[in-house]
Design a protein around this ligand. Sequence first.
Ligand code: TGC
Ligand code: FAD
Length: 393
Amino acid sequence: MAKEVIPRELNALMALDTRLSKEQLAIREVVRNIGDKELRPNIASWYEAGNLPAREIARKLGSLGLLGMHLEGYGCAGTDALSYGLACLELEAVDSGLRSLVSVQGSLAMFAIHEYGSEEQKEMWLPKMASGEAIGCFGLTEADFGSNPSGMRTFAKRDGSDWVINGSKMWITNGTVADVAIIWAQSDEGIRGFCVPTKTPGLKATLIKHKLSLRASLTAELVFDGMRIPDAYRLPGATSLRAPLMCLAEARFGIIFGAVGAARDSFESAIKYSKTRIQFDKPIAGYQLTQAKIAEMATGITTSLLLAYHLADLKDSGKIEPEQISMGKYHNVQTALEIARSARSILGGAGITSEYPIFRHMANLETVLTYEGTHEIHMLVIGQAITGETAFR
Ligand code: TGC
Ligand code: FAD
């Protein structure tokens, strides 16, 4: 009698869970639980409505210690990298938009303050952000400067002890719901970062509508029109483009795990369907072509997870390099997208409806392939590391 492997415990097939400590397994369980009980039942309707009760969800995730969980002090849980990755995986198994909420909050906005902020900024924002009482966003991309943030036009001009900022940012996750915005701007002194309460006069956030991907995520355009802020809002430790790129490295790490979650959920859904869907008098799971897809998907999920675990080890040892993170995102997001497409094909026509999560994951993964450095940019980072030649310009 063939052994039945439960898809969610696909880890069991290659004994991957033996790598996890009791604490890591417990954290995974907590996130799975909230995913299954409170998030998954609502996600299809949030997605269809193009909305997300971000504040409510942030408070819930904050109460479980999941916001900025890999940071130390200031109310943050201070977990290891693998625990953070597992949380991202379980959240993205529900929807990429939920992992995005957590990535932007913890790895972009909170990390920027934690790494580059003054003591006052850290004390003012981090505990509130860890609890989910305050939400953050991260404004790097501009309409004309996506892959190439070094060309940003948003400009911060010193005026006595203040700064006056003019310009705009595009595609900013959490932008309309944020209490604090991390804004990157050009200045006469080079690129600088600012930690700005969103109620500051001169800052306007507008929701971007009509997205066909990542619909359960609030994406905004931010406009700064003569926004005057004190020097106390400047992140004193951020003195070049390196600062925002370091934040991106943190968030990309979470995506490497998150993508596996979207793939696993698609896979799980396809397996269930294939066992009950009868064509030509037997379940489609019994046909070799379906099993070829299943074997390919299972192998893709397993190799992606192994890569993610290895990167978590490197991160915890403090030895991770940007090109290693690029390879992780490049591989795991592409693999997840292929898995979602293949899983969708197993459901036939039913796979295009919102009754099943697969098409939603597939549509989301198209955004994940593009944000946090496009697939092509990560190829170029890998190529640069191997050849020593820079091909971006
Ligand atoms: P370049 O001259 O290569 O680098 C400038 C300085 O930064 C350092 N650096 C990095 N540091 C840490 N991590 C990385 N990944 C780094 N990449 C570069 C570099 O060593 C240098 O330091 P220093 O001390 O010598 O000054 O910069 P470049 O202008 O040539 O650009 C390189 C490139 C193309 C790789 C970079 O611009 C890039 O990554 N572009 C993609 C932009 C991007 O990913 N944007 C994402 C916006 S945020 C977002 O999408 C959020 S989505 C929501 C969610 O996360 O869920
Ligand atoms: P472009 O940079 O114009 O790229 C278009 C195409 O050209 C891509 O295929 C790209 O790979 C290719 N290309 C560009 N340069 C090269 C090159 N040198 N060689 C070869 N090919 C190249 N940004 C933030 O700052 N904060 C956020 O919170 C945030 N959230 C987002 C949420 C969503 C839903 C989306 C869609 C985006 C978000 N972004 C955010 C922006 C995201 O990071 C950018 O979309 C991404 O960096 C790509 O920029 P772009 O869209 O301008 O594409």
